[in-house]
Design a protein around this ligand. Sequence first.
Ligand SMILES: Cc1cc2nc3c(=O)[nH]c(=O)nc-3n(C[C@H](O)[C@H](O)[C@H](O)COP(=O)(O)OP(=O)(O)OC[C@H]3O[C@@H](n4cnc5c(N)ncnc54)[C@H](O)[C@@H]3O)c2cc1C
Ligand SMILES: Cc1cc2nc3c(=O)[nH]c(=O)nc-3n(C[C@H](O)[C@H](O)[C@H](O)COP(=O)(O)O)c2cc1C
Length: 767
Amino acid sequence: MKIACVGAGPAGLYFAISMKLRDPSHEIEIFERNAPGVTFGWGVVFSDQTVENLQANDPKSAKIIADEFAHWDDIDVHFGDECITSSGHGFIGIGRKRLLEILQDRARELGVAIHFEAECDPADPKWREYDLVIASDGANSRFRDANEDAFGVDIDVRANKFVWLGTGKVFDAFTFAFEKTEHGWIWAHAYRFAPDCSTFIVECSEETWRSFGFDTMDQAEAIATCEKLFAKYLGGHSLQSNAAHLRGSAAWLNFRRIKCERWNSGNVILLGDAAHTAHFSVGSGTKLALEDAIKLAQVLNRSGLSLEAAMDEYVAERNLEVLKLQNSARNSTEWFETLERYTHFEPLQFAYSLLTRSQRISHENLRLRDREWLEGVERWFWKRATDGRSNKTAPPMFAPFKLREMEVQNRVTVSPMAMYSAIDGTPNDFHFVHYGERAMGGAGLIFTEMTCVSPEGRISPGCTGMWNADHVAAWKRIVDFVHANSKAKICLQLGHSGAKGSTRVGWEEDNAPLPDGNWPIMAASDIAWSPVNQTPTPMTRADMDKVRDEFVAAVQMGIECGFDMVELHAAHGYLLSGFLTPLQNKRTDEYGGSLENRLRYPLEVFAAMRAAWPSDRPMSVRISATDWAGDNGITPDDAVAIGEAFAREGADLIDVSAGQTWTGAQPVYGRMFQTPFSDKLRNQARLATMAVGNIYEPDHANSILAAGRADLVALARPHLIDPFWTLRAAAQLDYRDVHVPPQYLNGMSQLARNLKREAEAAAALRV
Ligand SMILES: Cc1cc2nc3c(=O)[nH]c(=O)nc-3n(C[C@H](O)[C@H](O)[C@H](O)COP(=O)(O)OP(=O)(O)OC[C@H]3O[C@@H](n4cnc5c(N)ncnc54)[C@H](O)[C@@H]3O)c2cc1C
Ligand SMILES: Cc1cc2nc3c(=O)[nH]c(=O)nc-3n(C[C@H](O)[C@H](O)[C@H](O)COP(=O)(O)O)c2cc1C
């Protein structure tokens, strides 16, 4: 094949090498706009896995690269007056310039022609003479942008400013240095990539950048300012730029996240940064470029594979890798963009939060890297959780948590789940076994399902209620059992269905009206949940008084039952959520319009309930922190205002759920997918929060809690299938201090022994 590669970056060079290795008869030319040796940037980092891939593809260049690697294990986080060092991270780095020299030499040796100082114009007809044109022309690819629609280009320009500098200071550890200045926070990411040289990337928010005046400084001034700011880390060494050709503030960039729907069009194939980018804070751009190159060379040289089939395989495999990495990279990018959320943390937790920011590194992962350091974090967590009383080294999920006078023995909660199994609102033996069993399963806090304050306020005929003496007796029996047979606390979730009322039980058809016997429903406005649902009657002030009083009466009955806590359900599109969201609330009176107005009635209900509930017992509110409707609905920023408003009325905990407020929502699912909202409310508004949503492993719970992303973690579906989720986690993590019903002690110790044996056998196999 006759092939042109545009750009002699890692992608173009390594693709040419990989093609020639597979078939020396390919005619390959590389065109590079720069002169030899001219490049931006300093060092790049790799993982062990990338090195193995290079080794398998071309042992010769891999060996030269590996011989020149700088290795380091530690990460230093300088924050406040402390430096927090953790180990076991295993990085490998090399200078970008040196990497390119090695690859250029190898490409030439294999017969590739490299033309330097050759600016390529996509409009030039000469490209038609090639079988393939590889657009390895980097993030600002002209070849991609000339045909934007064909490639389906999506570019997200991120908020922070950064500049990629170098220094003669040799950093022994991968170093993050955070500095608080009168202009705001500014920080450096620094690592050694050669015996005498380190990369030094400076980053800050656009606001800080402007406040410093970086936007009007020339490069020399900007560098001098950075040298002064980071003098204590540089030990007298200077900072240097190798983008000297760029004028003024142009050396400062905003990271551009690039993805493309399609990676080929005509004879042009995108490779490396031209097709996708991953934020520099996860350090994987070069790895992706090199692995793209290997894969593309593999499929193009497989006999019997058409070009079309080859491209399909290349794009399918590489796109998946890219998406996974871009996901973690997005988390990492956002962490740096919202840095100020975390600057009130103590240095140890700040460092933990930084290390786990991408969600690729978890609590147990950190234990494998540096057990001693992680145990220090655990001790710190327990000390804080117990006001200094405990010196325990144990997983965060088992630490107690106090809300008013209620202390839960651990941080795991059984999330509210409607069981649709009551008759006339009365819980029965099913509920008795269901809640009793989950309480014995070890969770610190059990929520009841949404328990409705009136017959018309039910979602379905099977919902539990709290409006008569039968309900009080049945719930009291459950609460008494929980208190007598477990250490769990039990919280009564109260709600009213609003526009989502009078529907079938969950497992028949969610939110579908009853086949017969529907009852009239009311809501903030006359907006039907869906075309098949009834149109609710907008509530009058008299309706609002009545429903508020029903909530208060239910709270009083909750006191009779002995509940430890009450939650107001103001999420998921039910009555009060329908007031909060502009998608359901179209009122023109003082209860509609602005967020302040939409909050008025839910806050009134909450305040009335709080006044009736004992002041030594906590109350929470469940909210949907986003409508998943962009600016048309509740946004995470609105959620902060909502959380703060409820907190002012005496909410001790915000139960941060999301969505289910309109039928068009398209949530982005994934592990712990709603936790970022809890993180935002907890750390921006400084409220106690509970995270929920696809949290299913003990490792998730511990990572969320230790990173300060929530105070409690709620699991719903995992508890449906495994009431003993918490005890199983205790056995798995070898935590002995959890309460086990004495009748079950034997089973618990056997499970712990078996799991320990299995873990030891697995570890022996790894060695
Ligand atoms: C601040 C920063 C830090 C980074 N840190 C790391 C890290 O630690 N680890 C890591 O793996 N990655 C890192 N990266 C990413 C990494 O630099 C890129 O992902 C990687 O270089 C991609 O390789 P590439 O060959 O696709 O593109 P590039 O390396 O950008 O190469 C493209 C080449 O094409 C040439 N070119 C462009 N247009 C034309 C044209 N029209 N005609 C001729 N030539 C042209 C350019 O001059 C360039 O040489 C970082 C990036 C940034 C911005
Ligand atoms: C069967 C079922 C019933 C639910 N009922 C309620 C409910 O009554 N009140 C409520 O606030 N959330 C309810 N939810 C939502 C859960 O509490 C939880 O927020 C959601 O399932 C996400 O958590 P998970 O991924 O751990 O399941 C229910 C979820 C399920 C699966």
